[in-house]
Design a protein around this ligand. Sequence first.
Ligand SMILES: NC(=O)c1ccc[n+]([C@@H]2O[C@H](COP(=O)([O-])OP(=O)(O)OC[C@H]3O[C@@H](n4cnc5c(N)ncnc54)[C@H](OP(=O)(O)O)[C@@H]3O)[C@@H](O)[C@H]2O)c1
Length: 320
Amino acid sequence: MVAAGPSHVKIVILQTAESKGIVATCYRSLVGAPLPLRGLTFSVAGPGRVGASLAAWLEARGARRIAAAGREGLPELSTAGQDLLLVAVPDPVLPAVAAELARHPQAAVVLHTSGNLDAGALAPLRATGSAIGTLHPLKAFPHPLPDPEQASGVFFAVDGDPPARDLAFRLAAAWGAEAALVPASARSLYHFAATLAAGGVVTLLAAAEEIAERLGLPPAVTRGYLELCRGAVAGATEAHREGRPLGSALTGPVARGDRETMQRHLAILRELMPEKLPLTIALARETLHQRERGSGLEPGHREVLEELDEHGRARTSTDD
Ligand SMILES: NC(=O)c1ccc[n+]([C@@H]2O[C@H](COP(=O)([O-])OP(=O)(O)OC[C@H]3O[C@@H](n4cnc5c(N)ncnc54)[C@H](OP(=O)(O)O)[C@@H]3O)[C@@H](O)[C@H]2O)c1
């Protein structure tokens, strides 16, 4: 685009994706980020990794922090008249912290950030007039992450009394995050599934790395596995975007129904790494189950299943 300037000057504005990003950043720094939480007052009990991060994200969207209390300040923390008290203490101490906080009147809404515990962990605070609920970020916080951009796209599990849920959804929307109701009855399994999606994947990558190391292969092989994993996750993400089950994006010999390769894998594991056999068998059975949910089983898959059953029978007779 060429804009009109003084007769001897031409201003050329390049409309590239990069320039649009720079313009957006300049615009934000000139007019400021939107402040949808302006006027909201809050305090934090437990300003650790999650508490400090969420507090910074709230402030970045216009909320005003009144107080933050760790172990020492907790007995005196009184937040009556405020809109929100965020409780981000370790799960084992959450019920005791709630009981301690309930010795004073507290904010209109109290939200905790645990994924495993339901809103009931804050029950003593309901008795003193607060609406209680949960706002669990499905994200790892190895340390405080104060940049509010870190909230963008994160999933938050919400539950609790209606005013607590409403506020939790409002916060998630202000951060450009996703949120959904995860009721008390679903809480523990929802949290377990989260450990599969994060730690579970890394456990499998670590096992792949261990095998490469045992074979004396260089670190480039581990980097190759990591890259392979990124591709697989991208495939699963695409499947989800297209409304297909993640199992429809499975790759590898089991998912292909390739019995011969499966036989070779089991034979070499039996010989060199028998300790990895239970994991291999369990994973193959789960892969077939997910393949069935994703795009159905074909004759090759039933052959792989037979191979797994035969392996199981052989092991039982050896054990006898
Ligand atoms: N870390 C994650 O990746 C992550 C992700 C999602 C959800 N969560 C959940 O978020 C919550 C907080 O986890 P976190 O990782 O942020 O914990 P953290 O970094 O260890 O911080 C815990 C905070 O709680 C305070 N605290 C500890 N014991 C206390 C007690 N007995 N009484 C009062 N305050 C106490 C600490 O006080 P001091 O400041 O005095 O030490 C600290 O400020 C947990 O429910 C956890 O499950 C964590």
